[in-house]
Design a protein around this ligand. Sequence first.
Ligand SMILES: Nc1ncnc2c1ncn2[C@@H]1O[C@H](COP(=O)(O)OP(=O)(O)OP(=O)(O)O)[C@@H](O)[C@H]1O
Ligand SMILES: [Mg+2]
Length: 382
Amino acid sequence: MAVTNTGRVYGLRGRARECAVLDRMLAEVRSGHGRAVLVRGDAGVGKSALLDYVVGRSTGCGVARATGVESEMELPFAALHRLCLPMLALRDRLPVPQREALAVGFGYSAGGPPDRFLVGLAVLSLLAMASGDRPLVCVVDDAQWLDQGSAQALAFISRRLHAERIGVVFSIREPANGVAWQGLSELVVGGLAHEDARALLDSLVPGRLDERVRDRIVAETRGNPLALLELPRGLTAARIAGGFMRPDPRPEWSRIERSFAARAGSLPPPTRKVLLTAAAEPVGDVTVLLRATKLLDLSMSAVVPAEAAGLIELGLRVRFRHPLVRSAVYRAATPADRRDVHRALAAATDPATDPDRRAWHRAHGAAGADEPWPSFCGTRAN
Ligand SMILES: Nc1ncnc2c1ncn2[C@@H]1O[C@H](COP(=O)(O)OP(=O)(O)OP(=O)(O)O)[C@@H](O)[C@H]1O
Ligand SMILES: [Mg+2]
């Protein structure tokens, strides 16, 4: 069945299926059949963007939002409190036991740890009251960082919505554990489809990008929108054409790059050299890689430890686990080793079909060429 892509209006590439699932949920909520959906996926895959989509589509509904915050995980009910803030005035209408449990939970009254069941019930009652005039949509981002009390209360509520005009949408980053969420309906979000990822990359890169380099980047990022967005930041098409990702300024990403470099560094020298050759070859052409390794007197079987370490995959094309693996491997190498592999790659590249790329490798194989991120002369500016 063809689905209209409403996500585009909200700045989303692709995601027709995901938007259709969320639209269906909103339609059910509006008709009095409340539901909860758990949006799961890797970092940067676009979970928060889908939650924003839900908010954008919630016209005529009340919206309450909360976000799990890593530093607040030890603060009981911190996220739940934020979610309920806009409707706390209604708490006076709660039955006394619920009102008291909520007051203790949110720190308005002193007392020992409140009964979790009563806190859940109190929040469900509050949400039900808030949805009296118009449906209510609750959006909870980064549920992996919810404090335990909030997570339990929200999971409790999510299983009791069927007769309410209330929808709850959570996002949770993989790898996610926690039994609280078991049994909720899930929307698993993966990378963008190839065409959508290509279109996103094209829209970000000034100038025209070599098609094979573009395909390789799309494959290595596995369509992860954050990786695609980060890659070309501040770079020209010529620079990106090397296929290298700049080290990301955010500490977590440089940490990732460092950890990839450490993993690659612990491999045997011939394996590292094959990896470097693959990293220096921007299009992932297996034939060229095979020829180049031969010229370097290396056996392709040297790549096996790198495959076993999950750093690279050799199929019809060469695919690094992540663009940061490529940049980490390339940058960790000595200038002499880099020149060496570029010379081999130049010799392995067909001068008839790929003269530009051959010249590019030759330039980077020449003495004195030790740029950490080579640019490729084969790209054309628009
Ligand atoms: N379908 C899409 N089309 C275009 N851009 C997108 C799409 N999905 C996400 N993005 C962009 O990619 C970036 C990462 O998305 P987002 O923040 O939603 O990821 P996330 O899954 O919430 O990540 P995290 O696990 O770190 O919270 C954002 O800049 C977002 O605007
Ligand atoms: Mg997010």
